[in-house]
Design a binder for this molecule. Sequence first.
Ligand SMILES: Cc1ncc(COP(=O)(O)O)c(C=O)c1O
Length: 398
Amino acid sequence: MKDTQSKRQWSKRTRAVHQGTRRSQYGELSEAMFLTQGFVYETAEAAEQRFIKSGEDEYIYARYGNPTVAMFEERIAALEGAEDAFATASGMAAVNGALTSMLRAGDHVVSSRALFGSCLYILEDVLTRYGVEVTFVDGTDLDQWRNAVRADTKAVFFESMSNPALEIVDIAAVSEIAHKVGATVVCDNVFATPVFSDAIAQGVDVVVYSATKHIDGQGRCLGGVILGTKDFIRKTVEPYLKHTGGAMSPFNAWVMLKALETMDLRVRAQAASAQAIAEALDGHPALERVIFPGLQSHPQHALATRQMEAPGTLIAFDVKGGQAATFKILNGLEIIKISNNLGDAKSIATHPATTTHQRLSDEQRDALGITRGLVRLSVGLEDPEDLIADLTGALSVL
Ligand SMILES: Cc1ncc(COP(=O)(O)O)c(C=O)c1O
């Protein structure tokens, strides 16, 4: 039994608590975890029929779909304003699934060059291995997008806010450029978060998230999701993913589903703290620069304000004195943990040059502003005054 029939269009926060709920015969209030791989059919004829055409809420095998996973998919699709969603084993399974399911040898893709290391691997190494041509552009330069798209461009790809240097791509303008040549716009929206971004309304065709980040928000499970039209999700993405094995596990879907109930409150609190921390660090004598879209000094502050409801939960800062000085500061932190996840309740500091973006060449890192002094800070749910004290205490070592 589904719990979503309603005449009213409830707000995002309300949908995040209720949308997609399926109740068993017991009428449980909290969503049940259907930890099952398979499903039983009344008769052999019913099994045959389901393999020919399965209706809504008729399942075959958890790699194809599962009621708990379906609850998560319906809830996140409702939040994002997408017609449909397919949940995946990780964020990278989502990026790979969205692109690989639609592309063929001979297709052309235009991508922003400022990407998370694993996204870059898919664009630079995997797709090209199968005969897809990829042109990289500076995602902040609309002329480069205009010059790169061609009649045979099948897709454009970008992180709406890049990892780790927080460059912002103009979603509406790039979507318009892509649509003029009939290309599909695929946006990795992790840093913008489902709370602050309205990417589909701004022109994006396919949104991907690593659910591992703000959606879980408490560092427990890997997951991802691809959002788009019913046609794209069911005719292009689903056949590819159900046969290649990138589906989300029902256990992880249950964790993500329940986490969506609190995501709005968590992410808003984290973003408010991020703004306070960025303002406190701005101009600190030990720092070369503080990068945060909520600061006037961010080169795309106006675009960020127009495109997102709030500038997010991540800050980057460049420490004077290179890697040695930066490691000293990282090692001096008490509350903030040295790790490489983000969007967690626990604040996390990452040194991209030696971890998440280690694989890149020096030239690639230079082009993206990933210096030896760059720190990516994911702001968590601790008291912001404690986080500021932790950071300024560590910085005082210099
Ligand atoms: C922008 C971006 N996309 C995708 C991913 C991959 O997500 P996952 O680790 O869930 O595979 C990450 C992870 O850090 C990311 O930052």
